[in-house]
Ligand binder design. Structure first.
Ligand code: HEM
Length: 467
């Protein structure tokens, strides 16, 4: 048995993010490896479990547990966005939405989206590393994820109508009815691109979008004991969601069905609901993805597993007839089983588990994990602990059946953006560890790092790597 479940840097990140939560996660991880009750009551928090099997059981039991009751994230959203959230997030409306949104992010569409939206930024990072320059992977991850959200949600340029080079913001797959400047750009009706051409989104805008989402997520700090928000937090959250979703009405009206908001319109969602969904995506899919990207990078360097990765890439390349797959130049749609990358991304997600806990309210009395839970109780699933208990970061780890993909949840709320998140992590790692023509590049070293403090999702403020 290993004394530490992961690297000391990873534990430092958990600690700097939320010291109390770090203690709970580490305790949960220790308990998950010892015999004893799978579920316990913690004063001030309620029921907790770090057992992957019990956690999955809770997530799949929709009759006894709810995400929109006290203890669930949907309860926070209902206070910020309105009561309709309860139906869309957990009622019949949710089933309807999930059924029709099933193919929104498939492996193929996710790969195309990443290639179209991130190509130039990744290429630039790859070139800087190749030239011997340092790259701050934490900053790059935030910019990339910010760009993705601007693209998905149609966040407008801060200073009015803009036009990138035609096609700049258009991801492959945008339908023929997509405006030439991409439906990620909001142009007031009737306005056509004119005057000086400026590319949108740019890095500053992407970073600003990311930081705004982060501010919104931060409002959930301190809700470990109760998900009832004080009025001032609700007011602040409403202001932030308004800011984040200012561009949604235009994109909702004009985006083709192949795009997120176009799909939302086709599904019959109201503008209010589409706006809420957009806010949810912003919170669910930004910090989590950026965290997995930068932390997996650090793990590969810190554990030395990057050497195993480079060896696997070398072996793959020297196989007769095997063409290297392009990295930064075209982090495009890749076949599902693509050399070592699937396993590396899976292991990175397991060990980092960016959504470290999932909360649920108990909606009907239930016996689970040997305990009797009563209606109105709350339960916190220690996802990080459950996943970390399987052992430290090893890219050749066999598939772990108990945890499966618990980092994306389970049951009917299983992460809607899982394919996109995996494509995002893979695209960054490819850029860092392969040359543009897909050959293994040299190992990286971390030259500077700084953990983010007081955040919901642990991550690096800075993670500077160099070849
Ligand atoms: C590494 C990155 C990510 C991780 C670890 C992650 C994790 C999760 C988890 C654990 C849940 C379930 C929450 C619960 O049951 O209460 C979830 C739900 C969700 N995620 Fe992700 N997520 C990631 C990226 C994304 C991305 C990129 C998007 C979209 C752009 C996204 C969209 C969503 C949505 C919409 C839900 C709610 C689904 C529902 O309630 O039916 N996520 N995610």
């Amino acid at each position: 048995m290993h004394l530490l479940p992961t690297t000391r840097h990873e534990i430092g990140l958990l600690w700097r993010a939320r010291p109390g939560m770090a203690g709970l996660l580490l305790a949960g991880q220790g308990l998950a490896r010892l015999p004893g009750p799978a579920i316990r009551k913690v004063p001030g928090i309620g029921w907790v479990t770090g057992d992957p099997v019990v956690a999955r059981e809770v997530l799949k039991d929709h009759r006894s547990f709810t995400m929109v009751g006290e203890g669930g994230v949907g309860d926070l959203w209902a206070q910020i966005l309105g009561e309709w959230v309860r139906d869309l997030f957990d009622g019949p409306g949710h089933h309807d939405l999930r059924t029709r949104a099933r193919d929104l992010f498939t492996e193929r569409t996710a790969g195309a989206l990443v290639a179209g939206t991130w190509g130039p930024t990744l290429r630039d990072a790859g070139e800087r590393l190749a030239a011997g320059e340092p790259v701050d992977v934490a900053h790059t991850s935030r910019v990339l994820v910010g760009r993705m959200m601007i693209e998905l949600l149609g966040i407008p340029a801060p200073d009015g109508p803009q036009s990138g080079r035609p096609g700049d913001a258009v991801a492959p797959g945008a339908g023929p009815d997509a405006p030439p400047w991409g439906d990620g750009v909001v142009v007031p009706s009737g306005a056509a691109p004119s005057g000086p051409v400026r590319s949108w989104p740019d890095d500053d805008g992407a970073l600003a979008a990311f930081r705004t989402g982060e501010r919104l997520a931060k409002l959930a700090l301190g809700t470990e004991g109760s998900t009832t928000l004080p009025p001032e937090k609700i007011a602040e959250a409403k202001l932030i969601t308004d800011e984040l979703t200012a561009g949604v009405p235009y994109a909702f009206r004009t985006a083709p069905p192949s795009r997120l908001l176009g799909r939302a319109r086709e599904l019959g969602l109201t503008l209010e609901e589409a706006t809420g969904l957009a806010s949810l995506l912003m919170v669910a899919g930004t910090e989590t993805s950026a965290s997995a990207m930068m932390r997996t990078t650090a793990l590969l360097a810190d554990t030395g597993e990057q050497h195993r990765l480079l060896a696997a890439l070398g072996a793959q390349e020297s196989r007769p007839g095997a063409a290297g797959s392009p990295a930064g130049a075209a982090p495009g749609p890749h076949p599902p089983s693509d050399g070592p990358w699937d396993a590396v991304v899976r292991e990175g997600l397991r060990v980092t588990s960016p959504a470290s806990v999932i909360g649920r309210g108990v909606s009907a009395d239930v016996e689970i994990g040997g305990a009797r839970l009563r209606t109105g109780d709350r339960i916190m699933l220690l996802v990080w602990s459950a996943n970390a208990a399987a052992g430290p970061f090893r890219i050749d780890r066999e598939y772990v059946r108990e945890t499966r993909q618990l980092w994306f949840g389970a049951g009917r709320h299983l992460c809607l953006g899982a394919a996109l998140a995996k494509a995002e992590v893979a695209a960054l790692l490819r850029t860092l560890w392969t040359t543009p023509d897909g050959a293994p590049a040299g190992p990286l070293r971390v030259v500077r790092r700084e953990a983010s403090r007081e955040v919901i999702v642990p991550g690096y403020e800075k993670l500077v790597v160099s070849r």
